[in-house]
Design a protein around this ligand. Structure first.
Ligand code: UP5
Ligand code: MG
Length: 190
């Protein structure tokens, strides 16, 4: 049984597939809490702690941060929100993330939203983004694609086998993608 009375949806998809963009729309319409693991890690990176420096280096290399760090940031954010329904964006990224989250929190996702998008489209979007992220350069973008294929796609497949994945064609305008994502019942939980 879950230790915590939380309902969560995992939002997965390659780098630049539009996870953050679509979560922002879902928050507006459904009032869920959006927790981007990447955003939490980028904030943690500025803490000046040893872990923060490790995170900064790993993000710059496109590597997956150990779940010890990410799960504690997610748990704290969930607790601090005072809410119980969450969109968890960009996590879990590998089996280590997935299995530790499940064993430590006792939570299984209600379902997984998967934004499916060709690499060349994601690459164009990331190179066009002007947020100054340390990982938005061609060298790191290519590493992020490889890490996604090698480590995160198997997690999506794991949930496909459980019948938990809602695949969305993310290679369309943000509005067209959202028409699918936000369609009745997609995100409404209990
Ligand atoms: N855009 C969005 N949708 C569009 C559309 N339909 N048509 C045209 N343009 C569209 O979108 C990306 C860009 O594309 C934006 O400019 C947007 O306007 C445009 P966005 O919504 O930001 O896409 P998103 O999928 O969120 O892309 P992001 O770059 O955030 O994905 P990543 O998965 O790479 O980044 P994340 O922040 O999740 O992780 C970064 C790093 O943190 C990882 O590489 C890893 O090192 C680390 N990390 C961990 O180690 N563990 C974690 O659990 C999470 C992250
Ligand atoms: Mg994002």
């Amino acid at each position: 049984a879950p230790k915590l009375d939380y309902q969560i949806v995992f939002v997965l998809g390659g780098p630049g597939s539009g996870k953050g963009t679509q979560c922002a729309k879902l928050v507006e319409e459904f009032g869920l809490v959006h927790l981007s693991a990447g955003d939490l890690l980028r904030t943690h990176m500025k803490s000046g702690t040893e872990d923060g420096n490790m995170v900064a280096n790993m993000i710059k290399q496109g590597q997956i941060v150990p779940s010890r760090v990410t799960i504690s940031l997610l748990e704290k954010a969930m607790r601090d929100s005072g809410k119980r329904q969450f969109l968890i964006d960009g996590f879990p990224r590998n089996e280590e993330n997935r299995s530790n989250f499940e064993s430590q929190t006792g939570i299984e996702p209600a379902f997984v939203l998967f934004f499916d998008c060709p690499e060349e489209v994601m690459e164009r979007r990331l190179l066009g983004r002007q947020e100054g992220r340390t990982d938005d350069n061609l060298e790191t973008i290519r590493k992020r694609f490889k890490v996604f294929m090698d480590s995160t796609q198997p997690i999506i497949n794991f949930y496909v086998a459980k019948g938990r994945v809602r695949r969305i064609n993310a290679d369309r305008s943000p509005q067209a993608v959202y028409a699918d994502v936000g369609s009745a019942g997609t995100v409404e939980m209990e």
